[in-house]
Design a binder for this molecule. Structure first.
Ligand code: XMP
Length: 327
């Protein structure tokens, strides 16, 4: 009979046996799986582990602070944050095609992470310390099953996840969540004392807000979307709807403008789309029937508080035929 405590103790022993004295690197994405796998490895080997967080400038409001402050406080993990927003936004300049955006973001992510890996490897060599030999991955049981062949899923969109392996560096993987399902991972995260905002987080795509701006990604547009997204999330949480909603992308139609009126003046702003969906596994989804009062509260707040937005629209498409994200 496996309690969460049992699972943690067992994994701690396995991790110690696997890595010995070597040093270990982990990529934190802000998501549940990487947060819990990193915390488990930290519990096992402490400062032999270095966690790396790449801020690509496409994060939601508060996410970086959540990792740098709340997560670090609750775990004591040694964290390196890579400030890569300028690089990412530079490469995204003028790019509007969704697949092109995904490829650029995926590629730059791996580049940023590899750079830190190389630095740490060099540093260990120079100081004569234990070599950096392992990489933590938050692989879950369903990921193992999915990649084990069988009826492969069609590649509708190129997904990217954190922690791609550089080919010229020789790393072994540490995957302490390989036998677990998502709800078990969350339970273990809570047992380890991680912040609820991380453990209970809904899915968020690796390319972040970069694929929630229809059109070119710019700093100004990110700022607008970040504000609108924060308001929507706040109101959905306040209405007690988090458990009912799989996730609710907020999408900025940056190249669309419509006429509105505010006070005595005409406005010419952008629409924002709310895309609340209910789902079991993200393969299929239905649009969530959010109460009108909540929709109304979100719409009022966004149009009042975010100057550039003068219209809020609701996406009422199931998946299929719509995907959950707009890009
Ligand atoms: P779609 O839009 O394909 O999304 O219906 C299904 C689920 O996958 C998430 N998603 C991603 N996750 N990297 C990720 O890690 C990605 O590139 C990516 N694209 C979509 C999406 O948020 C939804 O939960």
């Amino acid at each position: 009979d496996w309690t969460n405590e049992n699972i943690i103790d067992d994994q701690v022993e396995r991790i110690r046996a696997q890595v010995g004295e070597a040093r270990v690197i982990s990529a934190l994405s802000g998501g549940v799986d990487s947060a819990v796998s990193t915390a488990l490895v930290h519990k096992a080997i402490g400062d032999q582990l270095t966690a790396v967080f790449v801020d690509h400038g496409l994060l939601r409001k508060g996410e970086r602070e959540q990792v740098e402050k709340d997560y670090v406080e609750s775990t004591g993990v040694r964290l390196i944050t890579v400030d890569a927003a300028d690089t990412f936004l530079g490469h995204l300049e003028g790019v509007t095609d969704p697949e092109a955006k995904r490829k650029i973001i995926g590629r730059e992510f791996i580049r940023a992470f590899e750079q830190v890996q190389r630095d740490l490897v060099e540093e260990a060599k120079a100081s004569g310390g234990a070599p950096v030999k392992f990489l933590v991955q938050g692989t879950l049981y369903p990921d193992v099953v999915e990649s084990g062949g069988g009826a492969g899923t069609a590649n509708i969109k190129s997904h990217h996840n954190v922690g791609g392996l550089p080919d010229d560096l020789d790393f072994e993987l540490v995957e302490p969540l390989r036998a677990l399902f998502k709800d078990e991972v969350r339970a273990i995260g809570r047992e380890l004392g991680l912040p609820e905002a991380i453990v209970g987080r809904q899915p968020f795509p690796g390319p972040g807000l970069g694929i929630r701006i229809v059109g070119e990604v710019t700093r100004e547009r990110l700022e607008i979307l970040r504000e609108a997204d924060a308001i929507a999330r706040e109101e959905l949480t306040a209405a007690g709807l988090d458990a009912q909603i799989w996730q609710c992308p907020v999408v900025l139609l940056a190249d669309v403008r419509s006429v509105g009126v505010q006070g005595d003046g005409r406005t010419y702003g952008h629409p924002i789309v709310l895309r609340p969906v209910s789902s079991e596994d993200a393969m299929t989804a239905d649009w969530t029937r959010i109460p009108y009062d909540t929709l109304s509260a979100i719409s009022n707040r966004i149009t009042n508080e975010v100057d550039e937005i003068n219209r809020v629209v609701l996406d009422v498409t199931s998946k299929p035929p719509g995907t959950i994200e707009w890009e």
